[in-house]
Design a protein around this ligand. Structure first.
Ligand code: SF4
Length: 488
């Protein structure tokens, strides 16, 4: 039996259970059976709730009424309704729809009925959206005695509210019942399901820490850098079940076995084995002998560039730069590093922001511009294109851009499961000013700061936190570049 578990006694399945199960079966099980103290706060979850709140606020015409009484009275919009019912399979279900909206129809209540509303996160309708609507619709039908044929998925994107009608087909309802049947079976098992194959999804989950520990202890294949969900399945299919087994496989043998899954898998076999070995013996490995950062050999200055964005709003709200100078004795020192941010608060004059960045780049036109990952180059390229810059001009402005992440991956294998800025810089003992800060938390601070300005017309100190976080990202980029310089 799993440590700390107390197996669910009741068979009531809730909408929250359903959503967790759709994201990850293990999550649904842990939510029910594991000690909640092992959960960690997730900035991603806070961002989702913030988006949900803003979308609902944008959708509501007036203050909604509350509970079953609101439904009885025929209120236009109703929140806080708890619906309980029974499935055709004989077990109990319970749901708390986010919002119900009145439409025409002859229901148990009178000449009106209700449909459920869900909030879309990101740009696409998900299975979670469809099945949540189907779940609430199924319960509503039992209450109002009229079929619920559709629901709405809403999402506030920038200042626009997007509303999409989701038809609840027979197929969706059948999928819901099948899912409920499976949840009912799985949730009562003694041991939790395996880790999700696509562990990128774990970034959003409050059980991440617990699952990371398990993956690490067991040498789960998803821990090997370069092994995603698909490759993990393939490796398991050919009989490799953990990191140590991968590390001790012969490259020729693995290439041969992977060849039937395509050239890309076949070619990457030796690299996967080397990566697994590095993670197993914890010793970094140099790849080739080529100098990794030749541009920095005689450089007297470098500019470090890092962007903070709100991806849902497609808004790069901060372009941070640090100028670093080499001392006369040849050493680089952060002591007199100058941080110069360009803030794009309103996102209503991109051209002016572009001109500021161009001005900055021109002022330091012959010096290397270091950034981590492709975001900075891509964002600048797209911004310049949107404002009519031609390819040749853009190329001149970006010719000195150096992607430290790409250079690192070309030159080294590290004993790390991923090569993100946070992971690599922390491995080099760099610490961010605010413990536990990351891109999602910075985005949350940004949205909270914007809201504090909009609602209370009062500025919180969260913008300062963001600036500090962005400055730390620039310094972390430098720390990795410096390590590459010292080790090359
Ligand atoms: S951390 Fe990942 S594997 Fe663990 S419960 Fe969450 S989504 Fe599932």
């Amino acid at each position: 039996m799993y440590m700390g578990s107390h197996i669910l006694g009741s068979k009531t399945i809730t909408d929250r259970m359903l959503c967790s199960w759709i994201r990850c079966r293990r999550k649904a099980w842990l939510d029910q059976n594991e000690n909640t103290h092992k959960k960690v706060w997730s900035a991603h979850r806070a961002l989702q709730l913030d988006h949900q709140h803003k979308s609902l606020e944008g959708f509501l015409s007036n203050s909604p009424q509350k509970g079953i009484d609101g439904l009885k009275r025929g209120a236009r919009e109703v929140v806080g309704v708890r619906l309980r019912g029974l499935t055709s399979l004989g077990f109990h279900i319970e749901g708390h729809p986010l919002l119900l909206q009145k439409i025409n129809g002859n229901s148990f209540w009178g000449k009106f009925s209700y449909i459920p509303i869900t909030v879309r996160q990101g740009h696409r309708i998900t299975r979670e959206n469809r099945l949540s609507l189907a779940f609430w619709g199924y319960l509503l039908e039992q209450f109002q005695k009229i079929e619920v044929k559709y629901g709405l998925a809403i999402s506030k994107v920038n200042n626009d509210l997007e509303v999409e009608k989701i038809i609840l087909t027979k197929k969706t309802k059948a999928e819901l019942l099948d899912s409920l049947k499976r949840i009912n079976k799985e949730i009562c098992k003694e041991d939790p399901p395996a880790l999700i194959s696509d562990r990128k999804k774990c970034a959003l989950c409050s059980w991440k820490q617990l699952c990371d520990e398990k993956a690490n202890q067991e040498g789960d294949l998803s821990e090997v850098n370069g092994v995603g969900a698909k490759r993990k399945n393939i490796l398991q299919e050919i009989g490799i079940s953990n990191l140590n087994e991968l590390a001790s496989t012969s490259p020729i043998d693995l290439s041969k076995k992977l060849s039937k899954y395509g050239e890309a898998h076949e070619k990457i076999a030796p690299q996967l084995i080397s990566q697994a070995k590095v993670q197993s013996n914890l010793i970094p490995k140099r790849l080739g002998e080529k100098i990794i950062l030749p541009e920095l050999k005689f450089a007297k200055e470098v500019l470090i560039y890092d962007i903070e964005s709100d991806p849902d709003a497609r808004h790069d709200f901060l372009h941070g730069f640090i100028l670093l100078r080499r001392r006369e004795n040849g050493e680089w020192s952060l002591d007199d590093a100058k941080y110069k941010p360009i803030l794009n608060i309103e996102n209503n004059n991109e051209k002016a922001i572009l001109n500021k960045i161009k001005h900055r780049l021109k002022a330091f036109q012959d010096i290397p511009v270091l950034h981590y990952g492709e975001t900075e180059l891509l964002s600048f390229y797209k911004l310049a294109k949107r404002h009519g810059e031609n390819e040749k001009e853009i190329k001149i402005m970006t010719v000195n851009f150096i992607d430290i992440h790409a250079r690192l991956k070309r030159g080294w294998l590290l004993p790390l499961s991923n090569y993100s800025l946070k992971n690599v810089a922390q491995w080099l003992d760099f610490r961010w000013t605010y413990k536990g800060s990351n891109g999602a938390r910075a985005l949350l601070w940004w949205r909270q700061w914007k809201r504090s300005v909009e609602i209370r017309n009062r500025r919180s100190n969260k913008l300062e936190w963001i600036l500090k976080y962005n400055r730390d990202d620039c310094i972390a980029t430098w720390k990795i570049a410096e390590w590459l310089l010292n080790e090359q």
